[in-house]
Design a protein around this ligand. Structure first.
Ligand code: ATP
Length: 579
């Protein structure tokens, strides 16, 4: 856990993290002065009627109180700064790892969300506690013992009896409660997961009439949480009463035995009061230590889960790191793949020595069965993953020499399942080009056949879009998603099954409008349907990650048995590309 925290505290936050405990020493020092000053006021001020002494020492008490407050405040501010910055850096790191995820069977989104939110918060709480309590508790404890021995050595044996009993008791409580709190935390996670799945899969649950099943599952998990919470609470229920009892016993003995000693003038009243106050400080430091240990146990569970997400990065190469090296601009929009091989996992190649060229301004159709590697080609072209073999060039420049922003300015992609984000229709359409005018939006939405329903929205482009675009139908979302890719008028446009939810006639109309708009612009149409790619300048046929053939429809019909088979299966014959 220390490793994760240190890895994500940089610069000023790191200074704050180490400075805060040092400042806390100041607060502890101030706190430890109070009982001694009080005892002096009693012994040398009040009992001798020396008002000046009382006032000057009361002033000193006030000064130490204010100083303590300042030290405490500064420590708290530095601690929360370090904790916030650590949380920010860790969340952003986890998000990057999650976005680049490529491991089969890796963590589902609901789990990732819990880890990025809840688990990081637990670790942040610990950083806060550590910066304050890790120094304060032991120092107050040791300081309290030392001071009480110095101020009142005659009563010190009481401490040597009470403290070991308390330490043993607290160790037992920690041992009992830590696993119970861990179990409680796991129950909370399970309920979170069920809630997320229920909310995300509401439609599926309703359509399969699974409400009762899900409800029963939820109730069982709730009962489990109730049980684990109760056991965790029971484990610590004795904490406060036993500590109070031991403290009060100590105070009674201190007052009784101290009173005897005071009568025989061995110790003073002030010393007894100081001793009792140090006992209170020592006990509160012990309670704080238990709280820190419990927080540690929770944070360790969270850190283990956060580490599991970070471990996923072992399979990733972050494109941004390579992008920082250089930023060469492309000369045109010709696309070249030269002997490109890639696998999401090393053991399983997805693309195998794929080479092809799409000359500037050409339309390329990419066809192949599901899982053939079509979208993977685009993942590599847009530099989502960089650890491929071979070379990919745009406009004659190796994409590895371009900044990510340059690649994304050159290539726009409309995916089949792109999300809309909460905001407005306009905010969704202008991601690729924030300064797009209404005329440009109208042009793009007209091509994508989104105009008919946008025109009916009272607020038109300013109409609200709810989370994940759930106030629009699947077809409407896909049209908006397509328009969003058209708005920036990039040199290269990729439609990756981007019209799958659109009927055949509308699909043909969209394509013909796109043809007019992008007659001389490089465009890639990825599809499983032959009709979608049949009229492209070239069609690339992918089969299990290998380039089966490339050519026009007519050429492929002659040269590629695999393509002929596809056409026969889908269309039942050999249609004319111009039909
Ligand atoms: N992010 C990822 N992590 C791990 N494996 C992946 C990832 N994306 C795709 N794959 C795997 O790579 C293979 C090729 O996927 P790809 O999406 O390129 O196929 P596709 O030809 O576009 O399929 P479809 O037509 O169904 O969209 C599949 O077996 C898929 O399971």
């Amino acid at each position: 856990m220390y490793h994760i925290v240190m890895q994500h505290i940089h610069g000023r936050a790191r200074w704050a993290f180490f400075l805060a405990p040092l400042i806390m020493l100041g607060e502890v020092f101030c706190d430890l002065q109070q009982p001694t000053l009080m005892s002096e006021i009693i012994d040398q001020g009040l009992s001798k009627g020396d008002l000046n002494f009382v006032i000057s020492h009361a002033g000193l008490m006030l000064l130490f109180a204010v100083l303590g407050l300042i030290f405490g405040g500064a420590c708290g501010a530095l601690g929360s700064y370090a904790s916030l910055k650590m949380g920010e850096a860790l969340r952003s790191h986890l998000l990057t790892v999650a976005l680049n995820d490529r491991q089969a069977g890796s963590l589902p989104p609901a789990t990732l969300i819990t880890r990025i939110t809840n688990d990081v918060t637990q670790m942040q709480n610990l950083v806060m506690m550590v910066t304050r309590g890790l120094v304060r508790s032991p120092m107050l404890l040791i300081g309290g013992v030392v001071m009480s021995i110095i101020v009142c050595p005659d009563l010190a044996p009481i401490l040597f009896v009470v403290m070991p009993i308390l330490v043993v008791f607290l160790l037992v409580i920690v041992r009992l409660s830590v696993p119970k709190y861990t179990a409680m935390q796991q129950s909370v996670d399970h309920i979170n997961q069920i809630m997320r799945e229920n909310l995300q899969g509401a439609k599926t649950i309703k359509s399969y009439v699974l409400e009762d099943h899900q409800h029963a599952d939820f109730t069982t998990s709730n009962q489990h949480l109730q049980q684990t919470s109760q056991t965790a609470a029971m484990a610590t229920v004795l904490l406060s009463p036993v500590i109070q009892l031991m403290l009060n016993l100590g105070v009674v003995v201190a007052l009784g035995y101290g009173g005897q000693l005071a009568i025989s003038n061995t110790i003073s009243n002030g010393q007894i009061i100081a001793f009792v106050n140090y006992m209170i400080q020592i006990t509160s430091a012990m309670i704080q230590t238990v709280n820190i240990i419990t927080a540690f146990s929770r944070a360790i569970t969270s850190a283990t889960r956060v580490q599991a997400v970070l471990d996923m990065a072992a399979f990733q190469v972050a494109p941004a790191q390579v992008a920082a090296v250089a930023d060469v601009k492309p000369h045109g929009s010709q696309i070249e793949f030269d002997q490109v091989s890639f696998g999401y996992q090393q053991s399983r190649p997805i693309l195998d020595h794929v080479s092809f060229t799409v000359p500037d301004g050409q339309w390329l159709g990419v066809i192949g069965a599901t899982g053939a590697g079509k979208s993977t080609l685009i993942n590599l072209l847009t530099r989502r993953f960089d650890d491929y073999h071979g070379t990919i060039k745009i406009g004659g420049v190796d994409i590895q020499q371009m900044a990510l922003s340059t690649v994304h300015a050159a290539v726009a992609v409309a995916l089949q399942d792109s999300l809309l984000f909460s905001g407005t229709v306009r905010s969704n359409l202008t991601y690729g080009r924030p300064d797009a005018t209404d005329a440009e939006l109208t042009n793009a939405t007209a091509i994508a056949d989104a105009q008919p329903f946008i025109a009916q929205l009272p607020a038109k482009y300013d109409a609200p879009v709810e989370q994940a675009g759930k106030n629009f139908s699947g077809g409407q979302r896909q049209r908006l998603n397509l328009a969003r890719a058209i708005v920036p008028t990039t040199d290269i446009l990729v439609l990756d099954d981007a019209t799958s939810a659109v009927d055949q006639t509308t699909n043909a109309a969209i394509k013909s409008r796109l043809r007019e708009q992008r007659a001389d612009k490089t465009t890639l149409i990825i599809s499983q349907r032959v009709t979608n790619v049949i009229d492209c300048d070239q069609i690339l046929v992918l089969n299990n990650g290998r380039l089966e053939a490339i050519g026009t429809h007519a050429e492929l019909m002659q040269q590629s048995p695999f393509y002929r088979q596809l056409v026969t299966t889908q269309l039942g014959g050999a249609p004319d590309a111009n039909a």
